[in-house]
Design a protein around this ligand. Structure first.
Ligand code: ADP
Ligand code: MG
Length: 695
C-alpha cells in the first residue's frame, strides 16, 4: 500500500494498532494529523546555559537537577499552581505552572532527577523564573547527535523523542504528496516556501538557524502559520465579497432628522461618536448592506450612535429593530429612545418576554403594517411571529451575547437589511479584524467629557472591614453601591449560597441601609423590581452576581466592591467596573482578593488598578490568556490553529488577510487555473455555502 497523508497512523511501518490507538485517542488519526503535530519548541543542545547566566526574555535550554516540586491552591477553586525548583552548579530557578499539562505530569520529577528545560525566561518582581517551560527527563537512548531537536507535547506514554522518530518515519514512508495549493504569484509576493518542504524542515530543523526556530520566525514555520491564517481569511473574504454584491435598502442621505436630534441633546457628541456616525453614513450610501461593528468602552455612548443610524433608516421609510441581551437593557434603551426619538415623530415599540399576549398582538400587527418604525426588544424579536413591513436595519447590542444563528434569523426578516452590532468588550484592533473578519470595525475611543476616572484598589480579605466602612461613608453621602459576587459554573450552588448569606450579613452590618439582592436564578419580574428600586434609590446597596454586567446605567451608584476578584477574567472585571463612574460623583472600585490568589491573579488585579483603558486591558488579557478565552473566538474558527499564535504572529496574520482579499480581487469567482487548489480547499472546509458569495 502506498502511504499517503490520508493513511491511518497505524499503517506506518513500525507503528501498529496499539500505538495507533494512543494517537487516535488524542485526535490524531492519519499521517496528515501526525505531520501537523508541530513541535512546541526546539532545543539547542549546543547552547545549554547555566542558571546564573539567564536573563529575562531569553529563550534557552538548560540542564538541571530537580530540588523539589511544590503545589499550592489557586484562589478557592480546585485548581493548583505547581512550582518545580531546579538547580545547577551556578544557582536555582523556579518553574511555575498554572495549568497541569496532564495528570501525573509532576509526579516524575523526584528530587535529584536530571532534566532538560526549554523555555522563555520571565522576570517576575526582579526574580527570573520559567512559566510553563518544557521539562523532560534525560533519556538514556536520547539522540545526542542532533544539535537541534524538536520538542513535542508529550502524548501519554510517548516521550517527545519517540514522537520525533515517528514523525520522521512518516516522512520517510509517505510516497504520494499532494500538489502545492498556493498560486505561484502568492508564494513569490509573500515569500512563502513550498508546503512539503516547509513541513519537513519544521520537524528536521537546521542547527544553523536555531534562533529563528526558537522565535517561530523561520521561513518554514512562517509558511505554515501563514497558511493557517490564510484559510480562515479566505473564507471571511469570500463572505464579505458576497455581501457586497447584494442590493441594500436605499438610504437617502437627507439627514434632516439627524440635525434635529443633535440639537435636542443636552450635550455635544464626542469626536469619536461623530466619526463613527460618518462611517455609518458612508456605508449606508454605498448601495450594499452595511455590516459594521461598533466597539466602544462601557459608557462611551454607543447607544446614541445606533439611534442615529436607526433614524436615517426610518427617515427613508424603512423600519429598524434593536435587540438587546436582557430585559433590563431593552427597557433602558426603550426609555432613552422615548426621550430622544419620539419627539421627532418616531413610532416606537417594545417587545420582551413578559409582554402580555394582548399587547403583543396589537404590537406585532402594527409592526407588520409598517406602523412602527423602531422596535426594541430582547431575543423575543427572533420569533417567527415577528414580521416587518420593510425592515431596513438590524441593530444588535452586546452582540457577543447572541449566537450567529440568532443574528441570522433577525437579518432574514428583511431583504438584506443593514446590520450594525455593538460591543463593549474591547478586542485589540488586529484581533478584531479576524474575530469579526467579515465586519467592518468602528471604534469609539473617546469618553464623553466630565467623567472622572474610577479609582481602583485591590486589597486582601483582611481589609474588608475598612472597605465596608468606606462604602458606608459613601452611602451616607447619598451615594449607592454595588456588591458583586462571582458565580462560577461548577460550584454555582455553593456560590449562590455565599452571595445570599453575604446579603444577609450586609443587612445586619448596615442596619439603616436598604440592601437588595439580584441573581440569575430569580424570576425576571423579581429582577426587574429590584433593579427598578435600585434605580429609584429605594435600595442603596445592590448585592448581585454578574447579571448586572451588561449595560445597566445608574449614575448615582459610585462604588463597587467585587468579592473574589481573582476569579474573574480581566475583560469581565472591566465590564463590571463600568457600572460605576457614570455620574458626576467620584467613583471607586474595590477588588477583594482571597489569600490564595495566584501570581497570575495578582498581575490581573494590578492591571485593573493601573488602567481604565479597555483596549489596553484587552491586549494584556490576550497576552496572558491567549485568544482562546476571548469571546467569539470559538465560533469564529480562531481556536483551531495548530502552529499559529495570534499574539506572536500578528504580522503574518495581516499578510495572510491581505493575500486572501487580493486573491478575490484578482479572481472574484476563483476560476483561474492556479486558483483551483484554493477553491477546492474552501469547499472542503466550509461546504458549498462557502462559495455562495463568490460563485
Ligand atoms: P455604552 O457605550 O456603554 O452603551 P451609553 O450609550 O449607555 O454607553 O451611554 C452612556 C451614557 O452617556 C448615557 O447616559 C448617555 O446619555 C451619555 N452620553 C452619550 N453620549 C454622550 C456625550 N457625547 N456627552 C455626554 N454624555 C453622553
Ligand atoms: Mg450600551
Amino acid at each position: 500500500m502506498a502511504l499517503r497523508l490520508e493513511t491511518e497512523i497505524m499503517y506506518l511501518k513500525g507503528v501498529g494498532p496499539k500505538l495507533g490507538e494512543l494517537f487516535s485517542r488524542k485526535g490524531l488519526k492519519n499521517l496528515k494529523d501526525l505531520i501537523e503535530f508541530y513541535p512546541r519548541a526546539y532545543e539547542d543542545q549546543r547552547a545549554a546555559r547555566n542558571i546564573a547566566s539567564l536573563k529575562p526574555d531569553d529563550i534557552v535550554s538548560i540542564k538541571a537537577t530537580v530540588v523539589a516540586v511544590h503545589s499550592a491552591n489557586m484562589g478557592r477553586s480546585a485548581r493548583k499552581m505547581y512550582d518545580v525548583v531546579l538547580r545547577d552548579s551556578s544557582g536555582q530557578i523556579h518553574c511555575k505552572y498554572f495549568r497541569v499539562p496532564y495528570k501525573g505530569y509532576f509526579e516524575r520529577f523526584k528530587p535529584l532527577t536530571e532534566v532538560r528545560v526549554v523555555g522563555k525566561v520571565t522576570d517576575y518582581r526582579n526574580r527570573i523564573e520559567f512559566h510553563h517551560p518544557d521539562i523532560r527527563d534525560i533519556e538514556p537512548d536520547e539522540e545526542t547527535k542532533d544539535a537541534l531537536i524538536p520538542l513535542y507535547t508529550e502524548i501519554e506514554g510517548l516521550a517527545t523523542a519517540k514522537i520525533m522518530k515517528l514523525v520522521r518515519l512518516a516522512f520517510a514512508q509517505i510516497e504520494e504528496w499532494p500538489e502545492e495549493v498556493f498560486p505561484k504569484w502568492m508564494m513569490a509576493k509573500y515569500e512563502l516556501r513550498p508546503r512539503q518542504e516547509a513541513l519537513k524542515e519544521i520537524h528536521n530543523p537546521l542547527p544553523a538557524k536555531s534562533a529563528e526556530y526558537f522565535q517561530f520566525k523561520s521561513s518554514a514555520q512562517k509558511r505554515v502559520i501563514f497558511e493557517e491564517f490564510f484559510w480562515l481569511e479566505l473564507y471571511l473574504a469570500s463572505r464579505k465579497t458576497g455581501l457586497q454584491k447584494k442590493d441594500a435598502p436605499k438610504i437617502k442621505n437627507a439627514g434632516n432628522l439627524l440635525d434635529q436630534i443633535e440639537k435636542s441633546l443636552p450635550f455635544a457628541m464626542t469626536g469619536a461618536q461623530k466619526r463613527v456616525l460618518s462611517e455609518i453614513k458612508e456605508d449606508l450610501a454605498a448601495g450594499h448592506p452595511m455590516h459594521r461593528l461598533i466597539q466602544g468602552d462601557v459608557g462611551s455612548g454607543k447607544t446614541l450612535v445606533s439611534f442615529m443610524a436607526a433614524l436615517t433608516t426610518i427617515e427613508s421609510q424603512y423600519q429598524a429593530c434593536l435587540m438587546a441581551p436582557t430585559e433590563i437593557l431593552a427597557e433602558q434603551h426603550y426609555k432613552n429612545a422615548k426621550k430622544v426619538l419620539v419627539p421627532l415623530g418616531v413610532r416606537l415599540g417594545l417587545l420582551v418576554g413578559k409582554t402580555k399576549a394582548a399587547e403583543r398582538k396589537v404590537l406585532l400587527a402594527a409592526l407588520q403594517e409598517g406602523q412602527i418604525d423602531l422596535i426594541i426588544g430582547t431575543h423575543a424579536l427572533i420569533e417567527d411571529e415577528v414580521q416587518f413591513a420593510q425592515l431596513g436595519m438590524v441593530i444588535i447590542d452586546e452582540q457577543h451575547r447572541f449566537g450567529v444563528e440568532q443574528r441570522g434569523i433577525l437579518k432574514n426578516k428583511g431583504n438584506s437589511p443593514h446590520f450594525l452590532v455593538m460591543t463593549a468588550t474591547p478586542i485589540p484592533r488586529t484581533l478584531a479584524m479576524t474575530v469579526y473578519g467579515d465586519l467592518d470595525v468602528s471604534v469609539i475611543d473617546e469618553m464623553p467629557p466630565g467623567r472622572s476616572p474610577i479609582q481602583t484598589r485591590a486589597i486582601f480579605e483582611n481589609k474588608r472591614p475598612q472597605a465596608l466602612q468606606f462604602m458606608l461613608e459613601q452611602i451616607q453621602k447619598g451615594r449607592q453601591a454595588y456588591f458583586v459576587y462571582p458565580l462560577v459554573e461548577e460550584s454555582e450552588k455553593i456560590d449562590l449560597k455565599d452571595a445570599v448569606s453575604e446579603y444577609e450579613k450586609l443587612q445586619l452590618q448596615f442596619p439603616n441601609v436598604k440592601v437588595g439582592l439580584l441573581h440569575g436564578k430569580m424570576k425576571s419580574d423579581e429582577k426587574d423590581k429590584v433593579m427598578e428600586q435600585f434605580r429609584r434609590n429605594e435600595i442603596q446597596v445592590l448585592v448581585s452576581t454578574t447579571v448586572i454586567e451588561v449595560g445597566v446605567d445608574v449614575p448615582n451608584a459610585n462604588i463597587m466592591l467585587i468579592e473574589h476578584a481573582e476569579r474573574f477574567g480581566l475583560s469581565q472585571l472591566h465590564q463590571l467596573r463600568g457600572r460605576v463612574g457614570r455620574g458626576e460623583h467620584k467613583s471607586f472600585c474595590i477588588l477583594i482578593m482571597g489569600y490564595a490568589v495566584s501570581e497570575e491573579g495578582k498581575q490581573r488585579t494590578e492591571m485593573m488598578e493601573k488602567t481604565s483603558d479597555g483596549f489596553k486591558i484587552a491586549e494584556f488579557d490576550l497576552e496572558m490568556r491567549g485568544p482562546g478565552e476571548f469571546m467569539g473566538t470559538k465560533q469564529s474558527g480562531l481556536a483551531g490553529f495548530k502552529l499559529a499564535n495570534l499574539v506572536r504572529d500578528m504580522q503574518i496574520l495581516q499578510d495572510a488577510r491581505a493575500a486572501a482579499f487580493e486573491v478575490l480581487k484578482r479572481d472574484p469567482k476563483l476560476i483561474f487555473n492556479d486558483h483551483q487548489g484554493l477553491k477546492a480547499e474552501l469547499l472542503r472546509e466550509h461546504g458549498p455555502t462557502a462559495l455562495a458569495g463568490i460563485a
